[in-house]
Design a protein around this ligand. Structure first.
Ligand SMILES: Cc1cc2nc3c(=O)[nH]c(=O)nc-3n(C[C@H](O)[C@H](O)[C@H](O)COP(=O)(O)OP(=O)(O)OC[C@H]3O[C@@H](n4cnc5c(N)ncnc54)[C@H](O)[C@@H]3O)c2cc1C
Length: 535
């Protein structure tokens, strides 16, 4: 539990020495921390902003085998992904849930429907579940009301899974912490430490959190520490080239942005997910029911926004996505005014110079350069596979590395106690909070074990996150711990007074700090989670 004073305690222990230092608190870093602690390594993870504040909190939230890999003949990758998906579905109930899909094919699509069907057959065989079925146009319309029937040639029903990506990252990190790992957010690695022969032996870290609960947001602590470790892992996602360049290497990564639109489920009602080829370029796009809202994405464009600035959707991407939606659901007449929120994430892929960004490989990469292990690319779904590959690559540097045994991806959660919760609320808490679900329920005050209107999150989750989940800023709470920024209209701003009554005392913030946080949060919503014209 990260309760009051935990940051100072961690800072007092930072210098190490550690077996492994992981830079970056997205799913890649979280997975490596988790697997390293599982095999008994002394492991530290440092995250410059908040956990999952990078791409791992901005994905399409699918836990999937990757049908796209099949199209590119990468059978091995699909086998691994489908296996991980199935295990996550079994062990992460309440966090990873099955999702029914409809694939709709139209007359001028580049991919013939029979070929898609063949891919699904292989997918189901690999996943040991025969779930796909072909449908004629009219029956497809019954599966998914409002679907465009014009030029529809038919389609398929099939199954995959989805999750709350930021909560998945946090659950993996919290499990690692329970096994003795250390993770710290708002701890930016500024530079790498190197020994006389040039090998990386650690890093210099700077505290970017405000110095205290009554400090202004600009009054950051700024304290620094030198951290020594036998192995240093660069899991900084789109920023990975930045650390590599400190070693004198050449840039090797291409950064691609994918954006999503969020709608209320009244404006975009979905009984299941829809996948279809965007009429403009034939790329697969997805409309997904998620946590009571509907998501639509994604784009795939070179990311040329300023480095270090939170990515946001461009007007070109907005137009592309709305065109796609109007093609699939013309009767809904969706327009800019219906967009409740937007979000954008950036993936790093190996730059091979392809003119079409979507043709660059999405497989994860592992590079070892002068003692720095860079792990990037890949997917949420395969975080454990990536972590094992990374730890195998540094086995020689870790004499205490005892090797891996087959085990669970997520630990058993013991469930959440009853206390008036209905079964789906109990499952939700068990999935999101793992073994801490019982503490969350015990911490709830009168009337807090009910859902916040317009979402399935409970009021008690806000209290728990503020008390025990390492919240430093208001957006950590509302964008990632409990995803109200995306789920409620206007990012939940109309609810802020009620949130304040619960979380301000837990965080110990002064009134001035609260109003600074609200202002910063509102600005962030406009700049990175709204329409491009609001920039
Ligand atoms: C639009 C989009 C949709 C996607 N959808 C899916 C999906 O549905 N399913 C799926 O399985 N995969 C999906 N992916 C892929 C998946 O989301 C990514 O592969 C994964 O999240 C990358 O995780 P990461 O930890 O490597 O990077 P990130 O999540 O970006 O984490 C890197 C972290 O490093 C931190 N950092 C950077 N510099 C420093 C520093 N100097 N010091 C300390 N910390 C630092 C950053 O703040 C950041 O939090 C999607 C990707 C995109 C772009």
């Amino acid at each position: 539990m990260w309760t009051a004073g935990w940051r100072d305690e961690v800072w007092a222990r930072l210098s190490g020495p550690w077996d492994i230092l992981i830079i970056g608190g997205g799913i890649t870093g979280a997975g490596i921390l988790r697997e390293a602690t599982r095999i008994g390594l002394r492991a530290l993870l440092l995250e410059a902003n908040d956990f999952a504040s990078g791409t791992s909190g901005r994905s399409s939230k699918l836990v999937h085998g990757g049908l796209r890999y099949l199209r590119h003949g990468q059978l091995g990758t699909t086998i691994a992904s489908v296996g991980e998906r199935n295990q996550l579905l079994r062990e992460g109930k309440g966090l990873v849930t099955p999702l029914g899909f409809v694939y709709a094919a139209y007359r001028d699509d580049r991919l013939p429907l029979w070929l898609f069907g063949m891919g699904l057959a292989v997918y189901d065989v690999l996943g040991l579940r025969w779930g796909h079925k072909r449908y004629a146009p009219r029956s497809l319309g019954r599966l998914l009301p409002h679907l465009n029937q014009d030029r529809l040639v038919g389609g398929y029903r099939y199954f995959d899974a989805q999750t709350d990506d930021a909560r998945l990252v946090l659950r993996v990190i919290r499990e690692a912490v329970a096994h003795g790992g250390i993770a710290l957010n708002y701890a930016r690695v500024d530079s790498l430490l190197r020994s006389a022969d040039g090998r990386v032996r650690g890093a210099v870290v700077r505290d970017t959190a405000p110095a205290g609960p009554d400090h202004r947001l600009t009054e950051v602590s700024g304290r620094t520490a030198e951290v020594e470790a036998a192995v240093v892992v660069n899991a900084t996602g789109e920023a990975a080239d930045g650390l590599r360049l400190q070693l004198g290497g050449r840039p090797r990564l291409r950064t691609l942005r994918g954006s999503h639109l969020v709608f209320s489920d009244e404006r975009l009602p979905l009984t299941r997910a829809l996948s279809f080829a965007h009429p403009a370029d034939g790329r697969p796009v997805f409309a997904l029911p998620w946590e009571g809202v509907s998501l639509f994405g994604t784009t795939d464009v070179d990311h040329r926004q300023e480095p270090g600035v939170e990515p946001s959707i461009s007007s070109g991407e907005l137009a592309y996505l709305l065109d796609g939606l109007r093609h699939a659901f013309p009767a809904l007449d969706l327009a800019e005014r219906d967009v409740q929120a937007t979000f954008a994430g950036v993936r790093a892929v190996v730059d091979t110079g392809k003119s079409d960004p979507s043709r660059e490989s999405r497989e994860h990469i592992i590079w070892k350069e002068q003692g720095l292990l860079t792990v990037s690319g890949g997917k949420l779904t395969t975080f454990r596979v990536m972590a094992h590959d990374a730890l195998r690559a540094v086995r020689a540097e870790l004499p205490r590395h005892p090797g891996f045994r087959l085990h669970r991806v997520l630990e058993s959660s013991n469930g959440a106690p009853g206390r008036g919760l209905n079964p789906s609320q109990r499952l939700r808490l068990a999935g999101r909070y793992g073994r801490e679900a019982a503490d969350l329920v015990a911490a709830a005050e009168e009337g807090e074990l009910v859902s916040i209107e317009g979402s399935s999150a409970l009021w008690a989750e806000l209290r728990w996150a503020a008390r025990a989940e390492g919240v430093v800023h208001l957006d950590d709470l509302l964008l990632r711990r409990v995803r109200l920024a995306l789920l409620l209209p206007q990012g939940g701003l109309p609810w802020l007074e009620r949130f304040q009554a619960i979380v301000q005392p837990e965080l110990g913030w002064s009134d001035r700090r609260w109003s600074d946080e609200v202002e910063a949060y509102s600005r962030r919503l406009r700049r990175a989670y709204g329409l491009p014209s609001e920039e």
